[in-house]
Design a protein. Structure first.
Length: 256
């Protein structure tokens, strides 16, 4: 079987029924980033080998509930132990450097994504006395049962430390009448200056919400996932308020 680390920083297990080999396949990436990601899986022995926690492999396998798979997996670990490849509860795996995945250039990516129309949202956290917020168009619906949505935040965003520390946030979907709010949220320093004069109020969870928004959705962070340059905040929706109006839309690098 092969455990992969993709250039997005995602761990994935492939060929789970191949018990005659155990490899860690790594997409091309900076050595420091590789070491950071590998440390989440086990202990690096060298550039060519790593000691993996079997529990990690089981957690990532879609076959972990299959008794036959578990039998084969346990036999693989026992065979590795006979060769001295199990130490301190971890199994030794060979590191394979993968070929660069097919990908478009950054310019091609941006050119394509400019064609994707998206709502414009003000994502907030904290309280009315000590608020923080940012403008986002990368807000996605995840599921209705349980109700959840996702917000992608760049790792360098000034809002990210507060969002993670607070463990909760509100998504306010903006209307065309909120055009003046955009420069305020993008140019004013982080904090109360971004929230002056726009009619912000404390929502049911105490988060800053905009009563005039198309929707104000308050969430608790259920989990976070690192994907490339961004952190995905998965929010479990606890309250929402909606109304009808004309939406603000981001398209081709312009707000409509």
């Amino acid at each position: 079987m092969q455990l992969g680390i993709t250039d997005l920083g995602v761990f994935e297990l492939s060929n789970p029924w191949e018990f005659n080999r155990l490899e860690l396949v790594v997409d091309p990436m900076e050595p420091e980033r590789f070491r950071d990601l590998a440390a989440r899986l086990g202990d690096l022995e060298s550039d060519d080998h790593i000691w993996l926690a079997p529990g990690v492999l089981k957690f990532l396998s879609h076959e972990a509930s299959n008794p036959d798979w578990n039998t084969g997996f346990d036999d693989m670990i026992s065979a590795a132990a006979e060769y001295g490849w199990v130490k301190g509860g971890k199994v030794r795996a060979h590191i394979v450097r993968g070929a660069p995945p097919a990908r478009v250039s950054s310019d091609q990516f941006r050119d394509a994504m400019r064609r994707l129309a998206a709502s414009v949202c003000a994502v907030t956290t904290g309280t009315m006395d000590d608020p923080a917020g940012m403008v986002a168009s990368s807000v996605v619906s995840i599921c209705a049962e349980p109700p959840a949505l996702g917000v992608f935040v760049h790792k360098t965003s000034s809002s990210l430390p507060r969002l993670v520390r607070e463990g909760r946030f509100a998504v306010n979907i903006l209307t065309r009448q909120h055009a003046d709010l955009l420069p305020q949220f993008t140019e004013a320093p982080q904090g109360i200056a971004r929230f002056e004069g726009a009619g912000w109020e404390a929502g049911p969870m105490g988060l800053p919400v905009l009563p005039s928004a198309l929707a104000s959705i308050e969430c608790k962070i259920a989990t976070t996932i690192t994907l490339g340059t961004h952190l995905l905040l998965v929010g479990r929706i606890e309250t929402s308020h909606t109304q009808d109006d004309e939406p603000m839309v981001y398209f081709d690098a312009n707000v409509l």
